[in-house]
Design a protein around this ligand. Structure first.
Ligand SMILES: *Cc1c(COP(=O)(O)O)cnc(C)c1O
Length: 382
């Protein structure tokens, strides 16, 4: 049974060599734009490619504004800050996520709280969120307070795991009821949609990543997506050292950050954006082929896009019967040069986040023992 899978993957990628989990996809146009940025001498934080990428990305997503940044983690940090997260505030996110989600909360001197995920979407579970707030939340003049700690709960960060959209409708309703901002961690979900609406456009703000392992990449990069002009303006200002625009004077009105995406990276990002639809189409072909292949397999079921959603299938995922089957699967595939990977350790299980409040995390624990990610790159010729 492993041999069938291994043979399929080798044929798909047409190679006898090592097959990585997710490779960047570069063509002549990537080279062309990067060289053009070098020739222009505008390689740093100002330049035409930055504006062009922001406009192109916003347009692609059907959003009003995109603010490009050096990576997804800093974009998330600034998104939380402009969403109103302050020192000692609490931010609710999911236990099953990449560590950057939690780090960005702490970078604002705020405290993460981890709730469970949904077994279908692998993302934040609306029912777990509602239960947590019903048990722990109370409203007063300061907003929503966590009865255990007396701290304000300021925001919710759902994360679209491996590109599968969370149940945003329910999450937004709960957020609305408790008057909490939603910042979507869409780092893994560029091009994923719920009905026809793009991920990263549901919350007050959405965040994307263009790291080397993501759907498209510009080396390192990230963006904040929003329809709110004041928020976009504030994010742009804060990330350009909060400098008041002036021909020569250096006046800064806040302690800002140097987080803007360099033009050199933005050139690559522009080239990648032009290839996004082709990449998504090829990834979807692969996901369909995996789904067919795993139909008869007893040792794992393939995770398909939630109903009503379009996933970008960033990382194809199977859920094995149990931890032993998972470990066996990881051993057997990696042994043959096919890179596969388990889910992250649950963030509240890391020593650095051990003290954070959680719910039971039942589904997150169940999934974390069973998830395996499969090679998911778009093929080189698309
Ligand atoms: C990749 C990723 C990030 C961070 O993006 P970087 O660009 O690597 O900083 C944040 N959250 C999630 C869920 C991610 O997968």
């Amino acid at each position: 049974m492993y041999s069938k899978l291994i043979q399929f993957i080798r044929e798909w990628y047409q190679t006898k060599g090592f097959i990585p989990l997710h490779e960047p996809h570069f063509k002549e146009i990537d080279r062309k734009y990067v060289l053009d940025a070098i020739d222009s001498t505008f390689v740093s934080s100002v330049g035409e490619y930055v504006d062009r990428f922001e406009q192109g990305l916003a347009q692609y997503l059907g959003a009003k504004y995109a603010v490009a940044m050096v990576n997804g983690t800093t974009a998330l940090q600034v998104a939380l800050r402009v969403a109103g997260v302050e020192q000692n505030d609490e931010v609710i996110t999911q236990g099953l996520t990449f560590v950057a989600t939690a780090n960005a909360i702490v970078h604002n001197n705020a405290v993460p709280v981890f709730v469970d995920v949904n077994r279908e979407t692998l993302g934040l579970c609306p029912r777990a969120l509602e239960t947590f707030l019903d048990h722990n939340g109370k409203k007063n003049a300061r907003g929503t307070i966590n009865k255990n700690t007396g701290n304000r709960i300021a925001a919710i960060v759902p994360m679209h795991t491996f590109g599968h959209p969370c149940k945003m409708k329910q999450i937004l309703e709960i957020a609305d009821h408790w008057n909490l901002s939603v910042v979507e961690d869409s780092a893994e979900a560029l091009g994923s949609k719920i009905l026809k609406k793009q991920c990263a456009t549901f919350g007050k703000l959405g965040v994307l990543s263009f790291n080397g392992n993501k759907t498209i990449t510009c080396g390192g990069g990230g963006a904040i997506i929003t329809n709110n002009q004041a928020i976009a303006k504030k994010a742009r200002h804060l990330t350009t050292t909060a400098k008041i625009p002036h021909k020569w004077a250096f006046v800064h009105d806040e302690i800002g950050y140097n987080y803007r995406l360099p033009n050199l990276n933005a050139a690559l990002a522009c080239a990648q954006l032009e290839q996004l639809d082709g990449i998504l189409a090829d990834k979807r072909h692969l996901a369909n082929a995996y789904e067919a292949l795993f139909k008869e397999a007893k040792w794992g079921h393939f995770v398909t896009e939630p109903s009503g959603c379009t996933s970008n299938y960033w990382l194809n995922t199977i859920i094995t019967q149990d931890k032993n089957h998972r470990d066996d699967f990881l051993e057997r595939t990696n042994e043959f040069g096919i890179m596969t990977r388990p889910a992250w350790e649950l963030i509240p299980d890391l020593q650095i986040y051990k003290k954070c409040q959680t719910d039971t995390l039942g589904n997150a624990r169940w999934l974390a023992q069973r998830i395996v990610n499969l090679p998911s790159s778009a093929r080189a010729n698309v």
